[in-house]
Design a binder for this molecule. Structure first.
Ligand code: HGY
Ligand code: MN
Ligand code: MN
Length: 403
């Protein structure tokens, strides 16, 4: 079976896991669905004769036993994730893990002595706790115990406790022995497709600040409370939602973005003036100063709204990472590999966050993008071409053999 057919078979097998009736996938991190995804990918790797090991936070690594337990030697890590957002697609993360497996298979077939491990990082998505790339943050020293304890899901369980409940160690040792980190990922935007290109070499990765903004007013009777004496938390939140969009749009030229992804309104019934409304904000950028201007504008507006309407305001910053620039040397070498294979490409930033961003202070990091249809991602319509994944593997192989 050729690599294209093997990938098609692998995706078809994984389709059964976390599938929703509407065709989307919900494969949340640190759940038995993510466990099932990892176990299934390990099943593919065992059939190829590979071994695996799991670290103290549940990240899993696949390697060629024939090369020995080469975690003792400097190795290339090709990694991504297999969890998804709620009602997401099936290529986000998974394409990169399966591409790594194809590269490992080709190294073995060609008898090359290139120490490569394929990594599957836990809970890359922030859907449940508001923190992205948890598994890779934990082993790259990018997250504190306080942050893990502050991040809570709706039932109040902290990410720290969730990791412990799963039998893992929320204070793991740092990963060592990495020569370089490579990741292939769908673009999750429209740039490649709009230019008719099949490959992007990633130059930088935007980073999010995620925060809860809670307005507390006065829960009242919706019929008997005159408009001039209300303390309606939802109206204040609605004004802030509009302001988040405006503040981020003011920074359009610097590629900053702002999203209100969550709204929790209490008591959320017809005949009661809302007394408590919480917004979940995701504000990102590749330019830290620009992102900061959006943040400051949103926080100032929240304070002004609370004051104007006589509400209490509570802002809780859940996570904040810095935008990262990837290795220029690696960008040039990945570009050279693509040129050698006559694969036209561009160098481009990533608006989405990725595990790759957590390794820039540990080793050189390189990232490849393949297009996804209409740039759609985090959506059941997410779709990518298996042939593009194979082409991405070709570039990774060409790079590894030439460097
Ligand atoms: O949200 C993101 O940037 C990605 O899906 N982790
Ligand atoms: Mn994602
Ligand atoms: Mn992803």
């Amino acid at each position: 079976m050729n690599d294209l057919d093997l990938l098609i078979t692998w995706f078809a097998t994984l389709d059964k896991i976390g599938a929703n009736e509407d065709g989307s996938f919900s494969r949340l991190g640190y759940t038995d669905t993510e466990d099932a995804m990892i176990a299934t990918v390990l099943g593919f790797s065992e059939l190829l004769g590979f071994g695996c090991y799991t670290d103290e936070v549940g990240n899993t690594f696949i390697y060629d036993k024939a090369l020995g337990d080469n975690s003792k030697v400097e190795r290339t890590l090709i990694a991504s994730h297999v969890d998804s957002v709620v009602s997401g697609g099936k290529y986000d993360g998974v394409a990169g893990v399966l591409a790594g497996l194809i590269v490992l298979k080709r190294i073995k077939e060609q008898g090359l002595n290139i120490p490569v491990h394929v990594g599957i990082f836990r809970m890359e998505e922030s859907s449940v706790f508001g923190i992205a790339t948890t598994g890779s943050k934990l082993v790259s020293g990018q997250i504190t115990e306080a942050t893990l304890k502050n991040a809570k899901e709706q039932n109040g369980v902290s990410l720290y406790d969730r990791i412990k409940e799963c039998g893992f160690n929320p204070n793991p040792p740092k990963i060592t022995g990495l020569k370089q980190y490579l990741e292939l990922h769908i673009e999750q935007g429209r740039v490649l497709e709009s230019k008719g290109l099949k490959l992007g070499v990633v130059s930088s990765i935007a980073a999010p600040v995620r925060m809860w903004v809670k307005f507390t007013g006065k829960q009242d009777h919706s019929g008997a409370t005159p408009m001039d004496i209300r303390k309606d938390s939802l109206v204040a939140a609605a004004e802030l939602v509009i302001h988040v969009e405006q503040a981020a749009t003011n920074e359009l030229n610097n590629a900053s973005v702002g999203t209100t992804g969550i709204i929790r309104n209490t008591p959320n019934v017809f005949n009661v003036v809302p007394g408590e409304t919480t917004l979940g904000l995701d504000i990102r950028g590749i330019d830290k100063a620009s992102r900061q201007r959006v943040l400051e504008s949103v926080e100032l507006k929240a304070k002004q709204l609370a004051e104007k309407r006589g509400l209490e305001l509570d802002i809780n910053k859940v996570s904040s990472s810095d935008p990262v620039k990837l290795s220029t040397d690696l960008q040039n070498k990945l570009s050279a590999a693509a040129n050698k294979l006559n694969i036209e490409h561009i160098v481009m930033p990533s608006g989405a966050g990725h595990d790759a961003m957590n390794f820039v202070d540990i080793c050189p990091v390189g990232m490849l993008f393949i297009p996804c249809v209409d740039g759609i991602s985090h959506n059941k319509l997410e779709s990518a071409s298996i042939a593009d994944i194979v082409a991405g593997c070709d570039v990774l192989m060409e790079y590894l053999k030439s460097n």
